[in-house]
Ligand binder design. Structure first.
Ligand SMILES: [Zn+2]
Length: 463
């Protein structure tokens, strides 16, 4: 993320890190946090009053009565980060089937699967939290193989959550069926509709008692959401956008902007040996749609699978460069700590727009008293709202340029590759080992280098 709108809580790799660290991310939203100020909270999508024009789901009964069923799609993180069942934004999701309650799903052993009712053509309703060791990915795959056309998952407790399916955790994982996340309250409403005892059964289960009886429920579930996005391709980019949100002319313009950004990045990193492979750039109109489909709250997010961007009125070239830089180096050099990933992306963004951007912003913030010691920034998850992020983005960009200037690219590549996001890795120790100086020594040298380049910049402007 560029630093420009940080106060509004644009978050880039920090959220990426969160998603990568947790199989199923459970987020509890506290009113006082401003972390996700730009997009709606998950509760918004679970609210009965919210109208989502690109998605709808209802449970209905033979007599003709029905209930609105709000949901959030589960995201499959690779090969493209997209809602489960859309196969990388290539198909709409649509199903209309019997609802079968299957408790916690199935364990990894065959004998356990025998206890699950026949799912041929049904939607499996499953609790999020398993008591067995089967992962979420394993449970979803098992249900798909047993004939479920979709999986609806809900938390047994009262938290709001996003289901995330990570193919890297299960090698044979295939994006076969849609998976939707329901809130606990929505699941409760389905149980209410099931029988006079449904709701009490659920309550008893939550309190540690026996699970409600497995089997077909009274209501059927009919759901739809747009998942087939328009696909425009150029030599380096596959641009995906929802047809009803972004028209073709606009999409074509975005494609050209993205091509230019790749050219700029390859120019900046000419000679590094990194190569670009054709990559998806997925565009969303509005934070509400972006959160629904990705779920990410900032204007930009990127990882090795591609870039996921907000379509703003005036496309931000710097932002596109920034995100594609993340994507390129995630693929080429692997994952690294936030400080280096953001620093490199900020550096590329500055090279593409205003080479003094990071240096000037760093100086302005230091003069305004918004400054954080380098030692502290090294371990900071840049993007987490606060002073260390406000200062961290431009400072990391400026510091990375300093490192490149000091030690060249090969030293930097070594640092980047060795600084894996792990509790065992200390960026300060790596800097000492690779650059032969402690973080505070490097900080002093950087500040003095900054003063020199600002002075020469001022000098060249005078001429
Ligand atoms: Zn970033």
């Amino acid at each position: 993320m560029p630093y420009v709108n940080l106060r509004n809580g644009q978050i880039c790799k920090a959220m990426n890190f969160l998603w990568q660290c947790t199989l199923v991310v459970v987020l509890i939203f506290v009113a006082s946090t401003n972390a996700f100020a730009q997009g709606p909270s998950p509760s918004y999508f679970h609210d009965l009053g919210s109208q989502i024009p690109w998605a709808e789901c209802a449970a209905y009964q033979p007599g003709g009565s029905s209930q609105k069923i709000p949901f959030i799609p589960a995201i499959v993180t690779a090969p493209v980060r997209a809602p489960a069942g859309t196969q990388g934004y290539s198909r709409d999701v649509q199903f209309d089937s019997h609802l079968v309650f299957i408790g916690e799903g199935v364990a990894e052993t065959e004998s356990d699967t025998d206890s699950v009712p026949d799912l041929g053509g049904s939607v499996a309703l499953m609790a999020l939290q398993p008591t067995s060791s089967a992962t979420f990915e394993e449970r979803v795959m098992m249900l798909a193989r047993k004939g479920a056309v979709a999986v609806a998952v809900f938390p047994k407790d009262k938290r709001v959550f996003y289901p995330v399916l990570k193919p890297e955790l299960m090698k044979e994982f295939e994006d076969l069926v849609p998976v939707i996340g329901l809130s606990h309250d929505t699941a409760r409403r389905l149980f209410e509709a099931h029988s006079p005892l449904g709701e009490q059964d659920l309550q008893r289960w939550m309190e540690g008692g026996e699970a409600p009886r497995l089997g077909r429920m009274v209501p059927r579930l009919r759901c739809y959401f747009e998942g087939r996005f328009r696909r425009l391709e150029s030599s380096n980019i596959v641009l995906l956008s929802r047809q009803s949100a972004i028209d073709e002319v606009e999409a074509a313009e975005l494609l050209r902007l993205n091509e230019r950004s790749v050219a700029s990045i390859l120019d900046t990193f000419d000679g590094t040996g990194v190569t670009w492979t054709k990559t998806p750039a997925v565009y969303f109109k509005g934070y509400d749609a972006k959160v629904f489909y990705t779920p990410h709250w900032g204007a930009g997010f990127a990882d090795a699978t591609g870039s996921y961007l907000l379509n703003s009125e005036r496309p931000d070239f710097g932002l596109v460069v920034h995100e594609h830089t993340h994507s390129l180096f995630d693929r080429s050099w692997g994952e690294t700590v936030s400080f280096l990933a953001e620093g490199l992306a900020m550096y590329a963004q500055a090279q593409a727009t205003d080479p003094m951007m990071c240096h000037q912003k760093t100086r302005e913030l230091r003069e305004a008293g918004v400054s954080v010691p380098l030692e502290k920034l090294l371990g900071h998850e840049i993007g987490t709202p606060g002073q260390a992020t406000d200062f961290g983005y431009p400072a990391a960009g400026s510091f990375i340029e300093f490192l490149l200037h000091q030690g060249g690219l090969s030293k930097f590549e070594k640092l980047y590759r060795e600084a894996r996001p792990s509790p065992d890795v200390d960026l300060g120790d790596l800097l000492l080992a690779i650059y032969g100086a402690t973080p505070s020594e490097l900080e002093a040298a950087w500040i003095s280098w900054l003063a020199d380049i600002e002075a020469s910049e001022t000098e060249s402007k005078r001429r």
